[in-house]
Design a protein around this ligand. Structure first.
Ligand SMILES: Cc1cc2nc3c(=O)[nH]c(=O)nc-3n(C[C@H](O)[C@H](O)[C@H](O)COP(=O)(O)OP(=O)(O)OC[C@H]3O[C@@H](n4cnc5c(N)ncnc54)[C@H](O)[C@@H]3O)c2cc1C
Length: 369
């Protein structure tokens, strides 16, 4: 097994014909595309190479996974929503799922056939996730769930929801994780139109939805630990800088063609944004290296996410200031990058919170709560 040898970007580009207009955040079109693309990637042994062999992977390490992630992000992330299955939902199930849950969910996940959505945020619970109010009432044979989620990506085409709800008012201890079938009676999904495109984010309403007891993930009282494990994997699993760097190189080409590349102001700014991309890359590599060595997640994961967001935003600021025509129709890829960049600092949790966590865990400063 020689994964790095397989991973030439050329090979992946041949597999991926993701149309440029789908390079932005998760539109319905991108979700549909992922259902064609991911099984092809699976057939090449490149979908879950880092999963243990016992769960159908190739037993590769975090580096294999990340090299692949960089290549795919650079071409617009054709895995669409399924990056979540690969990066964190699958690994969470491997660590905390019952044998029956693993048997039920992991095979279709590793074959690239299924879309999950993440039912965490609520109207009054975003950064303060433990304030969530969706209620799961224990009943004969399972739970009855009532409540509302918001900003849920991919819910419109989701097969399952990784849902957080609570059975009691105990802030963290009362939370449970339910693996919910999105076709269950009582679930209503509404699209939220936004500047990042249609079909990307949603409201999801649960009205007395029955969830069988065997869809409870982990033990009662264990949810907060599982959430943190999942988020640590999610946060670092997105090499956005690969797409941003590609944009910088495209910008250089365009500026040369337009005869503007020798402008010292432009060169200064370009150098700075490229340095931010490289800094993000190196911080992420540190985290990946530690993970490959089996270390537990630490504050570097928070710092890496912050720097990835900063790099994305700096590239977007540069492009918007010096090449605004790209956002007015001249360059659909720039528009797609812009849409991703403006959501980057909030979509996987507000980036500022990462600074709080790093301050507390890394600098031993007093917490905000
Ligand atoms: C494109 C997109 C996709 C998303 N997809 C999903 C999804 O699939 N599933 C899901 O569950 N959620 C999703 N979200 C929601 C996202 O996780 C939340 O928006 C995020 O956690 C922030 O929560 P909030 O919107 O309630 O903002 P708030 O928590 O109210 O934060 C608002 C602002 O206040 C700042 N702030 C808040 N608390 C602090 C603090 N203690 N210290 C410093 N600053 C603070 C934040 O940094 C932020 O700038 C998505 C959001 C977007 C934009």
């Amino acid at each position: 097994y020689q994964l790095p040898a397989l991973m030439s970007s050329c090979r992946i580009c041949t597999l991926s014909t993701l149309p440029i207009e789908l390079h932005g955040p998760g539109s319905a079109g991108q979700t549909e595309y992922s259902k064609e693309f991911c099984p092809k990637l699976h057939a090449e042994g490149m979908f879950v190479p880092h999963w243990p062999e016992a769960f159908g992977g190739l037993g590769g390490n975090s580096w294999d996974h990340f090299i692949l992630g960089e290549e795919l992000w650079a071409v617009g992330e054709p895995r669409g929503p399924q990056y979540m299955n690969v990066n964190w939902i699958g690994p969470v199930l491997m660590r905390y799922g019952s044998p029956e849950q693993q048997e039920r969910f992991l095979p279709e996940m590793r074959e690239g056939k299924v879309t999950w959505c993440q039912g965490f945020s609520e109207p009054s619970a975003g950064s303060d996730l433990a304030a969530l109010r969706t209620h799961a009432e224990p009943v004969e044979g399972g739970y009855r769930v009532t409540g509302a989620k918001v900003w849920t990506s991919y819910a419109g085409l989701g097969d399952y929801c990784f849902l957080l709800a609570r059975t009691s008012s105990d802030r963290k201890g009362g939370i449970v994780i339910l693996l919910v079938d999105m076709t269950s009676p009582g679930i209503q999904v509404k699209d939220i139109p936004s500047v990042i495109g249609r079909g990307d984010i949603h409201e999801v309403f649960f009205d007395d939805v029955f969830v069988p007891a065997d869809r409870l993930l982990g033990e009662i009282g264990q949810a907060w630990e599982i959430i943190n494990f999942g988020l640590a994997n999610e946060r670092i699993g997105i090499p956005r800088y690969a797409f941003s760097e590609r944009m910088v190189h495209r910008a250089v080409e365009r500026l040369k063609t337009d005869g503007r590349y020798n402008d010292p102001v432009i060169q200064d700014r370009l150098g700075r944004v490229l340095a931010l991309c490289q800094a993000a890359r190196l911080l992420v590599y540190k985290v990946i290296d530690e993970r490959a060595k089996g270390k537990e997640p630490n504050a570097y994961g928070n710092l890496a996410r912050w720097s990835v967001v900063r790099a994305d935003q700096a590239v977007n600021d540069f492009m918007t200031e010096f090449m605004p025509d790209g956002l007015l129709g001249a360059d659909p890829m720039q528009t797609a990058h812009h849409q991703r960049a403006i959501a980057a600092g909030i979509a996987s949790g507000a980036a500022e919170i990462q600074l709080n966590l790093a301050a507390r865990r890394h600098l031993n400063l007093p917490g905000d709560k």
